[in-house]
Design a protein around this ligand. Structure first.
Ligand code: KG4
Ligand code: ZN
Length: 337
């Protein structure tokens, strides 16, 4: 079995996950216990319930991961864990478990930023991928254009000034009655609608800006729905979903293409939960190929929260001996750099 062998733990939101990954690329196990059905009836993640569910599941997912990988605790070389950003109670479950393991096994503890984890999901599958590269991170809490200069060296080119793309998907999903989690539900509904049916606004911001803004789009969609409802007219949720999704995808794609040209980079990586969106993947792939650039994105299972990406990011920190102390704490609002 390939070395170093890293145990990854992820408990930042509503998935309890443990993974065993060899040399940052060989996934021996990636167990994900999802709390989606628990939170569904509340229309979103309830932090207190999330923490309790993580507590119930954490030891079980660790045991399952080791069993599936066919290894024991003493075969591990390090324990890597998400310490932020995320829900504080949820993060603390993973951080406490990782600290206990690292202490008991006398192995290094590695503190991973969740968003760096999403970026490193790309390195799990694409063995040829290496910095420098442009990264578009689109998740429930982040929308960023980033430049990964070298492993561990990240420059922020642009960020959202208000809502994250995933957050906008979740809010629109709720408004049109599709519930939680919003992204996959909106994408499914969009397949039955016309993306050109409603002309929702695109926020391009100032000339050359690599920042994003989705709150104007969100308000426009909510106003459109409210106006129709006030007039007792039927809202075509399929057209709303398709036209909304098109507006988000268009801005993400155009800004990524501008950044590619401005920086003259040949490699582009898509990361984060919204990277699971088929329309976004398809459009980025097509436009970047036309521009002669290489496009990479993780497979669907690795786009959303999972511990293999945390073990992979942890591996690159392991190589730099970027270890945490046993005083590590959760940092709910941890920044990207
Ligand atoms: O990265 P992630 O799993 O968690 C965070 O770190 O935030 O991202 C979750 C976000 C949610 O907002 C969810 O609605 C969105 O990713 N998402 C999608 C899709 N799958 C998940 N958005 C659009 N289309 C999808 N297929
Ligand atoms: Zn995430």
């Amino acid at each position: 079995m390939k070395k170093p062998l890293i145990l990854g733990l992820e408990t930042s939101c509503d998935e309890t996950s443990a993974a065993v990954v060899g040399a940052g690329e060989e996934i021996y196990a990636n167990i994900i216990s999802s709390q989606i059905t628990t939170h569904q009836k509340f229309g979103g993640v309830v932090p207190e319930i999330a923490s309790r569910k993580h507590l119930e599941a954490v030891n079980l997912v660790i045991e399952s991961a080791l069993k599936e990988a066919g290894v024991g605790f003493h075969d591990l070389d390090a324990v890597s864990v998400t310490y932020g950003p995320g829900l504080v109670g949820a993060l603390l479950v993973g951080v406490s478990a990782a600290k206990a393991l690292a202490y008991a096994l006398e192995k290094p503890l590695i503190a991973v930023n969740h968003i760096w984890g999403h970026i490193y999901a790309g390195f799990l599958e694409h063995k040829k991928l290496s910095p420098p590269l442009l990264v578009l991170v689109v998740s429930g809490g982040h929308t960023n254009l980033l430049y990964l200069k070298a492993h561990g060296e990240l420059e922020v080119l642009g960020e959202t000034r208000d809502d994250a793309a995933g957050e906008a998907f979740d809010k629109i999903s709720r408004a049109i009655g599709l519930g939680y989690p919003g992204g996959p539900a909106v994408e499914k509904a969009a397949k039955l609608g016309d993306p050109l049916a409603i002309d929702f606004p695109r926020a391009w911001l100032e000339e050359g800006s690599m920042d994003f803004s989705f709150s104007g789009l969100k308000s426009a969609v909510l106003n459109y729905i409210n106006n129709l409802r006030q007039r007792n007219e039927v809202v075509n949720v399929y057209h709303v979903a398709a036209s909304f999704q098109e507006a988000v995808v268009e801005v993400l794609v155009e800004k990524t293409l501008s950044a590619v040209k401005e920086l003259d980079v040949g490699e582009v990586l898509l990361a984060g939960g919204v990277a699971a969106n088929g329309r976004l993947r398809q459009e980025l792939h097509m436009r970047l190929s036309e521009a002669g650039r290489n496009f990479y994105c993780p497979s669907l299972r690795l786009c959303t929260d999972n511990a293999a990406m945390i073990a992979c990011a942890g591996y690159y920190q392991y190589l730099r001996r970027d270890f945490a102390s046993l005083y590590l704490n959760a940092v709910p609002n941890l920044s990207l750099i």
